[in-house]
Design a protein around this ligand. Sequence first.
Ligand SMILES: *Cc1c(COP(=O)(O)O)cnc(C)c1O
Length: 468
Amino acid sequence: MRYVSTRGEAPPRDFEGVLLAGLAEDGGLFVPETWPVLTAAEWRAMRGLPYPELATRILALFTGGKPDVATLRPLLEEAYAGFGHPSVAPLVQIDTRVFALELFHGPTLAFKDMAMQALGRLFDATLARRGERVTIVGATSGDTGSAAIEACRDRASVDIVILHPEGRTSEVQRRQMTTVLSPNVANLAVAGSFDDCQDLVKAMFADAPFRTEMRLAAVNSINWARVALQIPYYVAAALALGAPEREVAFSVPTGNFGNVLAAWAARRMGLPIAQLIVASNRNDILVRFLAANDMTVRAVEPSLSPSMDIQVSSNFERLLFEMLGRDAAATAETMRRFRAEGRMPVPDAAWRSASELFRGFALDDAHTLAEIARLHAKAGYLADPHTAIGTAAALAVPPADPSIPVVVAATAHPAKFPDAVERAVGIRPPLPPRLADLYAREERFTRLAAALDPVEAFVRAHARRNAA
Ligand SMILES: *Cc1c(COP(=O)(O)O)cnc(C)c1O
């Protein structure tokens, strides 16, 4: 199994190469050279498997034997062992034809754990076998940092430093990062904004001697392995609802387009998915694109669903590549113009092929609160703001055929966004038992000014084990 860049100017790599590289050298994203396609019998044979086993079999389709099934299996079993539900990703009915696929039973209560818990272990095992170590640095406005820390804590070949803007994350988000006291984890509270944190991380990667000395690495959402690890839960849900004999649809609260791209990949692999709903908040660039081929960047507006406050969806490039018939030169040119002009020139035929499969739907904050209240009143279901946008979309733009069920990706636990939920229904959702003492745990973090020198000095001291 080989991977090629969407921009065509980077050498192909194998799965481990793609795992460790993240972004391709030409700025493109790695995609499989050919997609594995399963027969109906092969899908059927996966029905009823425990989640870690299902995930092992799907991931093995993308690793080409390196790592092999025997290596992947214990790794994925360990990755999902700490989840708060025996089925890992339970399916809950919330309306006649609508189901919530709960992806938030991992350690940080958001769907990113589904991929990151396995990714951290894959990373560590691959590095250990090669006798290599890395220092992961990242900036977070809240969710991604905690998922990365939980994924990398206590891993032998990885040190991790996460920068967050001091005082600008929620308390749950901060504590999920700062109460992890493992020696290979460090948190920096930067006196500045999320953009300052992101600029500092970019500056560290741009400092070539520092980057080499520290062996800097990232675990961001463009890593192909993360997308691959998000495919199994779509397979599990579809099989549970009758696939491959019955079609299903998915509604996915979307930011960087990684989660919904994984659903698209499952369809490309032969799973009968009739429709994909892209659910957004008022940052609705993808919805405008699907409705009218208008992919124009506007300013990011803060919302009650902050993990979707994004204008440029980095994983969209993978779909663009496919829509353009896998023409890497055309993809590179389209991305270049998008960056330069703030508007993506997608040919009409390509846009039409996307708009036939994908439906877009956007919801503002007031209607998001109303949907949380409606779900609670009608179904006794407590949803977080991201999930509520997905359920509203499922009801607003379902497939025309009423026999097709719509599965909503429930991307965060309601207790992760307690203020919004309390505003909507007057109930403050409690943390699950395994996190109930979060507010009593000891915190550890270091405050620093938003300046490169002290941040690099801190990273160097923390990651001294990596220094050449
Ligand atoms: C990250 C995140 C999303 C968006 O996922 P993408 O893969 O970036 O589209 C949606 N909801 C929650 C709760 C998230 O943490």
